[in-house]
Ligand binder design. Sequence first.
Ligand code: ZN
Length: 345
Amino acid sequence: MKVCTRCVLPETYPGIEFDENGVCNFCTAYDVKAEAEAGSRFANEAEVIAALQKYKNLGRKYDLLVPLSGGVDSCFTLIRIVEKLGLKPMVFHSDHGWDDPIATRNVEKLCKELDIDLLIWKNDMQFMRTLFKYFNESDDYTVSPCYPCGNMLYLNGLEIADSFNIPLVINGYSKGQAAMMHDKDKAQDWYGRMINVILETGDQEFFEKFTKKWEMLKKQVIYTSKEDLKKPVNPDKLLFIPFFVFKFYKTDKEELQKICRDRFDWQPLKEGFPARTTNCEMIWLNSYRDLNKRKYTHYHDEYSTIIRAGEMTREQALADLELNPPPGLLERLAEEIGVDLNDLK
Ligand SMILES: [Zn+2]
């Protein structure tokens, strides 16, 4: 199978074309766009800190919400937000049923260390099982089952921020995920595909629950450039900022792991996919299905953007994206959500 020589996208990726050097059109387009966008970024950390000061002392209990996975990236960012920005956060951790207890423990330990309020959101398990079943069984292979799940967890954040009257959410989505979120046409297209997957099941009740969750989206504003932070606080909207606007956010995981270990005894998961991440178990099954059906996972997409940004080597990405599930895990997960593992081959 042909794979881009610069990123990790394969020939099965929708709309991909390769030039004479085997470089894909997404890599070529990225260089042009990155140059155009350079002026819209903060020059240094002091600028970011200054821009965020208006979120202090708004008379609210919390200045911002920080969703925390328990991975080093989000943990490290939270430490810096508290210590460098002086903002008062509330932390929220999503446990949708297949979270590793080590990840939850990391979140608890860090919040204790920093004296921060923590809210753990446990999702309706029946809803999540159904979601994974429908999207794993769907024959629209362009939609990874991780995608609707990720959206649900993201919408949990919006719902919590809204109910606690918190105007700002600083979220750990990566440059790769941001590239997907900023592409409005793509987001709209994916929403349509997800709706189709659900409609085809004929499950009206699930359809209503799923679409109702989406209503919260109209309250959000996604950060696209530093101009978004220069505007006055809009009391009726929730601004979402990615971690990577901060210069202190790095993708050098080894370094971040050491800092987090020393600070609050952070522990890595025993096994995760992609390697070296703190992710849920269901990603193994979803990625197994995606790799079998379309030869790439959504992480191939995300990591390709990170490679283009110069924050990860292609070799490292390829190594991390090798799928070697622990014995028996896929069978157990398939059984839990009621799908036949043979159908995902
Ligand atoms: Zn490429």
